[in-house]
Write a protein that binds this ligand. Structure first.
Ligand code: ATP
Ligand code: MG
Length: 768
């Protein structure tokens, strides 16, 4: 078992029972050491499998660890205490629910449930929610819990804070009465159970002789306290981590735990691993070069015996759609070269990027699985927004009604909904039809909601679909609601991405400019009659009809599209599938081939983090994590323009690209860039093809191959040499044109900002 390990790995695995810290870079075998140590301890009879507790960061990582242990040792894995902090604490609380003061069947509140509970509380106690907004209360309570503080432990400097503490007390009472537990409570409650209950503490302290923690750099203060308490009875605490991979500071992770642990426990037993077994040279050296731009590192260098391997392939595309299309072609090539789909990972910095990629994979029939988040159309906030749209299209959709009748919260309580349900049942109608039968305040709140849905439908009926969606996510209060949420930024991005999805749908189905709420006529009439006659859109409409939307409005067509795309993918889960995930979710994993997409300033590094040093360094660690996931082949891709948050954005290459020495990079598109000031596209029918197939790679160009002197997009006719004006870039001259229809692109020499390549279907250009 230990023969295959290198010297420092073997030393770590076979350390006698004592506290120890393994501090090592990516792919150096930390997780392998941790897993092998578990197996070794068991096999050499030093401890029974039940005497081990191991913590990982995600459920996926926990499953992998159980799999690794059972591949070494044929044991019943069900008794093993291997899991995430939340999972293990939950297990402990279920086992000792009485001592923890909980009903056995206690329910866990997610962040949104918790907020709803707080709002209800504020209301029930007549607390002014302008002075004490529920979000602030939630932040206060969770922050206190993560620091291990109960209401009595929080310092009250002033009357405002005293009131917050009172609310915290009331909230605890409410949760207790209802038998519910929020996320930070799981941890705090489990910690207190051990801290206060001597018999239980010594039971676990005696039982777990070895406590092992992976990804130690991302533990928070309470988790650290829980671990050291658990190991406090003479057990050994074995922690492995990499300060360069600390990527959860924004959630309270405290990388300082590593230094504290070394000082207070593992003094003298710090083992460093420097040989990397995962990646080939070019990949590893790129990661080393990149991370060397950070300050204050604990310091380590990684090397490999595996040889140089391939350079990182870099691709720049004019748009995110072309980036996704290129990616699909490349993935297809990898698969036909015989690679396992599950050994191909597509990583992105921000969840909102996944929709375009998912769509491209979906359309080309490549099985994929999204990790660390739901598929786009299954995400809570997207489903909420879709529920508004569904109700607008069909007031009798009771599922959608229940989903949003009180979301965002509008004071419609369970009692009122019960009454409404009774009435609907008694008169055999839908919920919305039963509203008038509910008396009193509850009834009038319900009526207000129903009126709001009708109002939204009326206001947006004549708008194009993307504008309808935009109006609805705004006017429904969803955006405002998530703006208040500590974790809401991603949700807002996704809501805005829904606008983009609607725009993409409309343009694919040729529904451009049609009123979203008005049904299209059957093609037999030969006339478009859904809107004011004489708008000259009849030809567009009959195109749409050919795609099969007869009798549906663009809205209805979009809603069925969303349902199908969400539902159909489901079947693919668990199959041999391409792995899609955020960089955060990829921590600890490895794949033969990795695509890191969207390597653009503002996206990666993310715009929210660019301005301060600490934020930028965390982004760089994220990029380091991303790069070091790859074993053999690594791709960087970026797009010059991208539809994100409902608008087209133009981005520069990420600074991270320039922090990696050229010798490691191999540009598949011109390194000088499509937007270089030297125009690379010949005007008027030249033969230069910036996407020429690279003979050594399986890249098949998705970008237009023909270069022409004139194209027509919509009503506009573009020619080389023409003067144009762009809202952001100002005036310029078209110096090259390529493609046709929605794929058409123009190379434009702008007076102020130099040459840019724009997708004509997306960019708004005036001809001057
Ligand atoms: P990360 O920082 O990304 O979590 P890690 O340090 O936990 O990485 P592992 O995942 O344990 O690294 O190991 C990386 C890869 O190297 C794995 O495929 C592992 O099996 C392999 N590996 C580790 N040590 C050795 C070794 N001594 N000989 C051969 N392969 C090894
Ligand atoms: Mg690991």
């Amino acid at each position: 078992m230990i023969d295959k390990l290198n010297e420092p790995q073997r030393e770590a695995v076979t350390l006698p029972a004592q506290h120890a810290l393994v501090l090592a870079g990516a792919g150096s075998g930390k997780t392998r050491v941790l897993t092998t140590r578990m197996a070794w301890l068991i096999q050499t009879g030093q401890v029974s499998p039940l005497g081990i507790l191991a913590v990982t960061f995600t459920n996926k990582a926990a499953r992998e660890m159980v799999a690794r242990v059972s591949s070494i040792l044929p044991i019943d894995t069900r008794g093993l205490w291997i899991g995430t902090f939340h999972g293990l604490c939950n297990r402990m609380l279920r086992a000792h629910h009485r001592d923890a003061g909980l009903p056995q069947a206690f329910q866990i509140l997610d962040t949104a449930d918790q907020l709803a509970a707080i709002k209800r509380l504020l209301k029930a106690n007549g607390i002014d929610d302008e002075k004490y907004p529920a979000r602030d209360v939630q932040r206060f309570i969770n922050g206190a819990k993560e620091d291990g503080l109960r209401p009595g432990d929080v310092e009250a400097h002033d009357s405002f804070r005293r009131r917050l503490i009172e609310i915290y007390t009331l909230y605890e009472k409410q949760c207790q009465r209802e038998g519910v537990v929020d996320f930070p409570e799981l941890l705090l409650r489990a910690y207190e159970l051990l801290a206060r209950n001597e018999p239980i503490r010594s039971h676990y302290q005696r039982r777990f002789r070895h406590v092992l923690v992976d990804e130690f750099q991302d533990t928070n203060t309470l988790q650290y306290k829980w671990l050291t308490l658990l190991a406090g009875g003479g057990a050994s605490l074995f922690a492995v981590g990499d300060d360069d991979q600390s990527i959860y500071a924004f959630r309270g992770a405290n990388v300082g735990n590593m230094a504290d642990f070394e000082r207070d426990y593992a003094r003298g037993t710090v083992i460093r691993l420097e040989q990397n077994y995962r990646s080939f040279g070019h990949i590893l050296d790129s990661a080393n070069a990149l991370i060397s731009h950070n300050n204050g590192r604990l310091g380590k260098n990684l090397w490999t015996e595996q040889g140089e391997g391939e350079q990182i392939r870099v691709v720049e595309q004019p748009t995110d759609l072309l980036e996704a299309q290129w990616l699909v072609d490349e993935v297809r090539g990898l698969i036909s070269d015989g690679r396992d789909r599950s050994q191909i990972a597509v990583l992105y910095r921000s969840n909102a990027q996944s929709r375009v990629i998912e769509h491209a994979l979906f359309s080309s029939g490549i099985a994929y699985k999204v990790y660390g988040g739901l598929r786009f159309f299954e995400r809570q906030e997207v489903k909420h927004a879709l529920a508004y749209l569904r109700l607008m299209a069909n007031a009798d959709d009771d599922t959608s009604w229940m989903r949003i009748v009180n979301f965002p919260p509008r004071g419609i309580g369970a009692r009122t909904l019960e009454l409404l349900g009774d009435q609907a049942r008694a008169y055999d109608t839908s919920l919305s039809s039963a509203v008038a039968r509910v008396p009193g305040k509850g009834g009038s709140n319900l009526a207000q909601f129903a009126t709001m849905i009708q109002r939204l439908a009326a206001e947006t009926r004549e708008l194009p679909l993307p504008e309808m969606v935009e109006h609805v996510i705004d006017q429904s209060g969803l955006i405002a609601h998530y703006q208040q949420d500590r974790e809401g930024a991603d949700r807002i991005e996704n809501l805005k991405e829904l606008v983009t999805a609607a725009a993409a749908f409309v343009s694919e189905a040729n529904l451009d400019g049609l009123p979203a709420g008005v049904a299209l006529q059957a093609p037999a009439t030969g006339e478009f009659m859904g809107t004011e006659p004489g708008e000259g859109e009849s030809s567009v409409a009959s195109d749409a009809l050919r795609v099969g939307f007869d009798g549906l409005s663009p809205l209805m067509a979009f809603l069925s599209h969303a349902a199908l795309e969400a539902g159909d993918n489901q079947a693919q889960a668990g199959q041999d599938a391409v792995q899609l995930m955020t960089v955060h979710a990829a921590k600890g994993l490895e794949f033969d081939a990795v695509f890191i997409t969207g390597i653009e300033e503002g996206l990666f590094p993310h715009e929210n983090s660019i301005l301060e040093q600490a934020g930028l360094e965390e982004e760089r660690r994220l990029m380091y994590v991303a790069i070091t996931r790859a074993r053999e082949r690594l791709y960087f891709s970026l797009a010059q323009s991208r539809m994100l948050h409902g608008q087209t954005r133009y981005a520069m290459r990420s600074r991270f690209l320039s922090e990696i020495p050229d010798e490691h990079l191999k540009w598949l598109t011109p390194k000088q860039g499509l937007s270089d000031s030297e125009p690379r596209w010949k005007s008027g029918g030249g033969s230069f093809d910036p996407y020429a197939r690279n003979p050594k790679s399986s890249v098949v160009s998705a970008a237009p191959r023909s270069v022409t002197s004139g194209v027509t997009v919509g009503a506009q006719q573009f020619r080389v040499g023409q003067g144009v004006r762009h809202a952001r870039f100002g005036e310029g001259t078209i110096i090259g044109l390529a493609g046709s229809g929605i794929d058409a692109q123009a190379q434009i020499q702008f007076r102020e900002v130099g040459a840019k390549t724009l997708a004509l279907g997306v960019a708004k250009l005036d001809i001057i």
